[in-house]
Design a protein around this ligand. Structure first.
Ligand SMILES: [Zn+2]
Ligand SMILES: [Zn+2]
Length: 97
């Protein structure tokens, strides 16, 4: 009899209602729906600081302008992106040729 009783108790416990609340994932809004907007449409840069560095608003990657600074002063892994000024200069030079 003992075994049967135990089984009943165990079953009761197992059948306990699980608190299945749907977890709303707070993923950042993605335009392409892949979560990799930056790789597809490019980074969304913040304002450039005085040393020629900025960050991406979406993926928070560090960005530096190779025209302003030879390399990012803090981060070796920062990616090179020309700032508006240097991008413009490059375009003008190309147009002149
Ligand atoms: Zn990015
Ligand atoms: Zn620059």
């Amino acid at each position: 009899m003992k075994t049967l009783w135990d089984e009943t108790v165990h079953r009761r416990k197992r059948r306990r209602k699980r608190n299945v609340s749907i977890l709303i994932s707070q993923k950042p809004y993605s335009i392409t729906g892949t979560g990799n907007d930056c790789g597809i449409i490019g980074h969304t840069l913040n304002a450039w600081d005085l040393s020629g560095c900025t960050t991406c608003m979406d993926c928070k990657v560090k960005v530096f302008c190779p025209g302003c600074t030879p390399k990012h002063p803090q981060d070796e892994t920062a990616i090179p992106v020309l700032c508006e000024r240097h991008e413009h200069e490059r375009t003008v030079k190309h147009a002149a040729i």
